[in-house]
Structures are given as C-alpha cells and as structure tokens.
Design a protein around this ligand. Sequence first.
Ligand code: CS2
Ligand code: MN
Length: 345
Amino acid sequence: MKMIFRWFGDHDPVTLAKIRQIPVIKGIVSTLTDIPTGEVWPQNRVIELKEQVEKEKLKLSVIESIPIHEDIKSGKKSRDKYIENYCTSIRNVSETGVEVIVYNFMPIFDCTRSNYYHPNPDGSSSMIYEHKNVQNLNVHEKSDELPVWARYYKQKELDALLDDYKNVDEKQLWKNLQYFLESVIPVAEECGIKMAIHPDDPPWAISGLPRIINSAEAIKRVIKLVDSPANGISLCTGSLGANRSVKLSELVKYLIKKDRLPFIHIRNIKYLNGIDFKETSHISEKGDLDIKAIVKVLAKNDFNGFIRPDHGRQIWGEKSIPGYGLNDRALGAMYLYGLWDAYNN
Ligand code: CS2
Ligand code: MN
C-alpha cells in the first residue's frame, strides 16, 4: 500500500510543504486544472508538476483526473479527435513516471452535493447531499446557496450539452464507455499506465442524466469491457457506498484478486433519510461504512496499489477547497495507516 495525498496545485491553500509533514504520506495525486477538457496535456507541463512535487521530496504518483470530453461521453462524431488527444496525454503523462490516471464517466456534472458547509454539532462542517435540494435546481448561476456543482454553465451552453445527451440512455452510455476504453486501454497498457475509473458520485441519475458506475455489478462490468490490467478502478468508498446495497469489503477483495484496484479513496458517510447522506470523519464508528473492515481486507490481501484519504470535514476553522482541507484528511490518513499497520502482519 502506498499512501498519497491529493494536491490541487498552486491555488491549493494546502501546500506541498505541509503535506510532506504528514509522516505516512509518500506521494501526491494531482492534476493540471488549466488545460481545457479535450486538449492534449503537454509533456513539459507534467514534468513541471513532477519537479515541483519532487522539490518537497514527494513523488507524483497518480493523476486525478484527466477529464473526459463530453463528446466522448455523449458519443458524438467528434469524439475520435478527443480520444486521440487523450491517448497522447496518456503517453505524455507516462513519460514522467506517473503510474495511474483517474477519470470518471459522469455526464456533465461531477461530484454533486446540496451544501458544502453543513454545520455539525461539534462546530465542524461537512458536505451533505439532500436529494430534494439537488433536483430541479438552477445550475446556470453561481451562488452561495444551493446547488453546489463542480462548475457552472451558461444557459445556452448547458442546453446544447443536454441536447447532445437526449438520446443517451444507460445502455448507450455503456457503449460509449466501451468505445473509449477500446481505444485508450491498449495505449495505457503499452506505456505502463493503469487507467482507473472513479464511481459516480452520488451513484444515481442527476438532472435526468444517466449515471452507470453506480453498483458492484457495474464495477465488475467495467473491468470486463476490455480485459486488461490497465483497465482498473479507482474505488471510492464514499461515492459507491452511497448506494446502500454495495458490499464494499467484498468488492475490494474481488478487485484485488483480479488485479484491478490500482487506487482506492477512503471516506466515510452517514446515511440520512431516504437516499440522503452526510460526509463524516474517516473513522468507522462515525459513519455507516465499515472502514475498519475495508482496510483489513486491503491489509490481509497485501494491497499494493495507492490509497488516499478522500473528503474530510472542515475542522479547526480551516478554509480550503471543500472536502480537501489539510486537517481532517491528515487525521484520516493517520487512522487509515494505523489500521493498516495493525492488520498487515
Ligand atoms: C471527488 C471527485 O470523490 C472524489 O474523489 O472529489 O471529484 C473525483 O476526484 C472525480 O470524480 C474523479 O474523476
Ligand atoms: Mn473519491
């Protein structure tokens, strides 16, 4: 197991110098946020990133994410040129020693929450998902109120995107994913990169757009689409665990045995009414996911991939990218490492 920490680059208030002081962290998972989706990632930019990380005696191990152009997900004709660009980016990234590239296949919207700063009784705050506040919301304007989308769209832009998806149901989205993987996996395999799909967060349709990476069956189906060790999963316990029927420990074991788990994100959530949930501290007893059992499975099966603490709460008054403060993720890292240390013998 190699424990790494997510760093968003120079605009991240959590610096590499601080991350370096968490004793269990050996590497960094990062991305280039200024490259428009669909464009080639220039090799010199990835090298710059790698060198920046190495100055703090850390290693750039994983890229999360190279986002997928919407034309690939919606299956438009223009997808071929974007897939070609993606393959070039994989090659360029591989030259720098990065081992894993994360991506997701959610149409238009990424991680969706109804509030980034839901107050907890202890004075901390958490990201929360309340379904009634997420459906039918105005996604065109940025506001401090709901909703909280990964990015905002002008009305015209969003209408055009939604139009591209009007004939894309789940079945079609699976076909589009297969088309993408059939092109990129051989390239990844050739240059020693593991592609790792992140489950949908949350694992159900948002604004009527289909989401397919939402269950244990779906995860097992993805790895069969192209049968290669380069076609892996970035299992995210909090994302997939919002689907209450998923047995995470069993799935983790299955993926390790199949050698398809290059990366795992650990976060805990508390189930609320209906399908609603709230993010909690990583420790098992604070949420509904059995984090202890999951790490035990990792330890007992000699998991040799990357692991990172995923979203934490905002604690001690820290201001950061929501879910990505230093403090609670550092506590999470120590908890996960402690469990690993105790079980891995
Ligand atoms: C999230 C996502 O759960 C998570 O890790 O913060 O934004 C995630 O990084 C992307 O969906 C992966 O492509
Ligand atoms: Mn995650």
